[in-house]
Design a protein around this ligand. Structure first.
Ligand code: FE2
Length: 278
């Protein structure tokens, strides 16, 4: 079996200015420090980290500067797309090395990783919490997906194009999901749709393609499936997603692991030195 390609996805970092807590309660900087530590010690080392939006929180240039300092120890190359808490101009200025496809405006990008194409789509609408792929992004995505009929692709965007049942988040999801579905059904090479925004792990299917929402390293949106509940968050176990692409078997295959962030007991061996089960 060939070595898998490993793409770690971290999402919704919500970095504030130094010393400022999100919602007056959440130390998002400390959460990112722990997340970077977990990524750096993971073996084998992932090939790429994708940050799927909400890098900053308010946002301000100071928050992006803080984010850059917190990401400096990360030993793995990273790519990023904006979320509804980001500002395209500030984010582009803070991360000029990320090489976005367009010189201004939307922050789309694509890169090869072995036999895979990693496609990052800007789903943000300036000044709004909901998502929408604008005309420029739809045209770019159509061209990018049409560039090959054989290479498998993983597609990342901040806003889920699907319903989770958490009503106050679902109203902010991707509004023109039909336009995305039309492109993906025309160019049938996407193997995963990976989103953020909801701060919790969700598995789904979109346009016949597996879809996943990535948990956050900090706070989680509460799992309220009762529409009458007020929007709220909980401090749940922090985690990120690790997408493992196995290129063998003709079509290849993908497994997504949820990786808890933190120090836990173990690893403990199953067997003693003589091979006996302990
Ligand atoms: Fe977020």
């Amino acid at each position: 079996m060939s070595r898998p390609f490993l793409i770690a996805q971290i999402s919704d970092l919500h970095i504030k200015a130094p010393g400022v807590l999100a919602y007056g309660k959440v130390d998002t900087a400390a959460a990112l420090v722990a997340c970077v530590k977990e990524l750096n010690r993971f073996a084998p080392q992932p090939d790429l980290v994708v940050i799927s939006g909400d890098l900053a929180d308010t946002p301000t240039a100071e928050e992006y500067a803080h984010l850059k300092r917190l990401l400096t120890p990360l030993e793995i190359p990273f790519a990023a797309i904006p979320g509804n808490h980001d500002d395209r101009t500030l984010m582009r200025a803070a991360l000029p090395e990320l090489g976005y496809a367009q010189a201004g405006g939307v922050l789309n990008s694509a890169r090869p990783l072995g036999d895979l194409d990693i496609i990052l789509v800007d789903s943000t609408v300036p000044g709004s919490n909901y998502g929408m792929l604008d005309v420029a992004t739809l045209a770019w995505l159509e061209t990018t997906m049409a560039a090959s009929s054989t290479r498998p692709a993983l597609l990342f965007l901040h806003h889920p194009p699907l319903v989770t049942g958490i009503t106050h988040m679902d109203v902010q999801n991707l509004r023109n999901a039909d336009a995305l579905a039309a492109i993906l059904q025309k160019h049938k090479r996407a193997r995963l749709i990976a989103a953020g925004h909801v701060h919790r792990a969700v598995l789904s299917v979109f346009a016949g393609i597996p879809a996943a929402i990535c948990p956050a390293p900090n706070h989680a949106v509460a799992l309220d499936l009762d529409a009458s509940m007020p929007p709220s968050f909980k401090i749940e176990p922090p985690a990120f997603h690790l997408h493992a692409w196995f290129p063998d078997g003709g079509f290849g295959s993908l497994s997504t692991h949820s990786v808890p962030i933190g120090d836990f007991s173990g690893p403990h061996p199953f067997f003693d030195e003589s091979g006996q089960l302990l």
